[in-house]
Design a binder for this molecule. Sequence first.
Ligand SMILES: O=C(O)C1=C[C@@H](OP(=O)(O)O)[C@@H](O)[C@H](O)C1
Ligand SMILES: C=C(OP(=O)(O)O)C(=O)O
Length: 428
Amino acid sequence: MTSQPWTAPVAPGAVDATVRLPGSKSMTNRALILAALADGPSTLAAPLRSRDTELMAGALRALGAGVAEDGAGWRVVPGELRGPASVDVGLAGTVMRFLPPVAALAAGDVAIDGDPYARRRPMGPIIAALRALGTGVDDEGRGALPFTVRGRGAVEGGVVTIDASGSSQLISGLLLAAPRFAKGVEVRHEGPPVPSAPHLEMTVRMLREAGAAVETGHDVWRVAPGPVAGRTWDIEPDLSNAAQFLAAALVTGGRVTVPGWPPDTTQPGDALRGLLARMGADVEASGGALTVRGTGAFRGLDADLHEVGELTPVLAALCALADGPSRLTGIAHLRGHETDRLAALVTELNGLGGDVRELPDGLEIRPRPLHGGTFRTYDDHRMVMAGAVLGLAVDGVQVENPATVGKTLPDFTTMWAAMLAAPAARRG
Ligand SMILES: O=C(O)C1=C[C@@H](OP(=O)(O)O)[C@@H](O)[C@H](O)C1
Ligand SMILES: C=C(OP(=O)(O)O)C(=O)O
């Protein structure tokens, strides 16, 4: 779906807002997988409703699970997994990496495809791993989408070695389905470091919460075969989607509070507390909420974002408005995200007059006065959010195809307008 360009609003003054965020994409899609593999029904309370999670729900339904509306949540009733089925993964990394190992457990063929750029995202290691664990995959030699998983109703499992330097999701996908493999799984990683450690911790923690036995070591993860418990999953607010709202406090010298900030979380967005403080924000956690205050002036950032790569687009936009230069490193794998995010950020920030250089593993950003213009978004929700942050301070930023935020935050532009319309902003 393509929408009309959106003129990102200039902040009318210092923001002063409380922003309630919908559920975490990463937790919702893990909970859906575990619920579909469980030995009884589960409930997801406050899940994210967005393109990525609806695609996951649709994929699991196609394989035989019951995923039904339950008030604001979802009720999942596991069913016998079977093909033939066709699954659309859209551009969702979580669906394209978490679903194929579940498809391997189905009796019958499962054809899997997605958006055009999905065919360019790293999938080879998971295809090879499924074969090594005893499941046929017909990919016509592509090592990428589209492909068909030849499910036989059971997966032998065992030990497999992959290079997961392109995406942590390649490991998470194998681990999430592994309690249902006859021998469980031992996944070993060989290659450059695996990104997104917090997301791997999230996988391990949620598997354990569902009763699975998981052991971890250096670049090795083991899941024993065993039952997955049906349960209630309370989905935390999506902290990565807090980034753009909290950034608005720095850009405008205002205050943004996010209620329901979990005190102990595996979400990478929790790193925003430290990262924004390093840029000069006053960050306060109290009463279960996180509040960020800015003065309107803030420093550049020199940070390795390897573990929290999905925060990069919004942080890069913030860095382009900072008082000094920034270096964001450890993020070569972002070339395989929704788009090549390093190239996209260089092109679009420089298109507004910025001075951004691509490094082998990141970005170097030197702030310069920016001007309005088209900010292309490449079907990447976080590029829309980055454009919104720039628009707070730069008149005439035309964000292309804002509806692409539907991937994880369908109400984004409405929430953004509400934040800017909060009382203090109108006075400012
Ligand atoms: O497991 C997950 O839920 C995710 C893992 C990360 O992927 P990569 O390791 O590919 O960066 C992250 O960027 C993505 O948004 C969500
Ligand atoms: C990388 C991201 O998404 P995906 O789950 O599609 O990998 C992201 O949300 O920033």
